[in-house]
Design a protein around this ligand. Sequence first.
Ligand SMILES: Nc1ncnc2c1ncn2[C@@H]1O[C@H](COP(=O)(O)OP(=O)(O)OP(=O)(O)O)[C@@H](O)[C@H]1O
Length: 323
Amino acid sequence: MRKASIIGRNLSLGYTKGKVQKEILHGLDFELLSGEMTCLLGPNGVGKSTLVKAILGQLKPFEGEVLLNGKVTSAYSNEMLAKELSVVLIEPFLPGNMTVGQLVAMGRIPHTGWTGKLEDRDREVIQNALSATKIEYLRDERLSEISDGQRQKALIARALAQDGKVMVLDEPTAHLDLVNRYEIMHLLREISKNQGKAILVVTHDLEIALETADRFWLLNCGTPLISGLPEDLVISGQINQLLPGKKFHFSVEKGRIESKTEELKFDISGPKILVRWISKALEKSGVKELSGAVEVSEGPFSLSYKGIIYKSVEGLLEDLTSS
Ligand SMILES: Nc1ncnc2c1ncn2[C@@H]1O[C@H](COP(=O)(O)OP(=O)(O)OP(=O)(O)O)[C@@H](O)[C@H]1O
């Protein structure tokens, strides 16, 4: 049984302006488990960052409490909190002159104090953090001279060097390309497993989260936080809570979000996968129906429609949309 590193009990969160309290989230209960990567998903503005601030002890709840290792976070000093909890937030302004090694060493500040004098133990932890994030080769590179993906790994290494049991990351893959997004999420999953850390990742990347997360927390306006295995949430249909409008739904068969279009009446025959992609292209270009059948062949790919052979879907679409 996994240990709950962070527990939220009956949390109500929001902001105070003057004397007015604006409540954003109400009655939240949750447990962040060690050795697991949990992804927090929800629409823009629902309160994900607000929840993260409360977990980090930066926002005092209107009601309820956040417990870290069984003790309310407000009872921790900033220094103690930094030893238990590390954070990766979007940091657009990092000093470009700093090297990756220096940035990662900053993770040791809660342990060394601001003098930053590193002992053997600190150096070992820094080395382990660089190696766990696979960026040892970047140690002497300047932050201004590495890629966004490498910088993100360096920030994760800094959080690892902090050596807490809990890591919280707010959109660590924003602005990264697809390969880097997968790489970072796989890396975080690996760290949660190998180092037994409780990792919370706020993300909008549903498909990558489905591939990598142990657990999802789904946040939606006015409903309790839903926590569960991603696969259970897909099977039960609760994943659709992320898509409250009528326009989109989560396709269980395809494992991704798609638009709910009216029943399509395309008569397309051929290999199933090719038929699916052709239907998608027709759907996207606004074609509602065909006045004949499409036959698809593969190796080499061709389409036959009303006696004309097309070598690409684009050719068919050009004829359909120009007529
Ligand atoms: N400092 C603040 N003072 C007042 N209201 C705030 C403050 N920060 C956020 N809010 C409000 O709280 C609500 C939730 O914001 P939050 O940033 O937590 O959402 P989010 O789910 O993280 O959104 P996104 O996915 O866009 O990052 C929004 O309506 C926002 O306007």
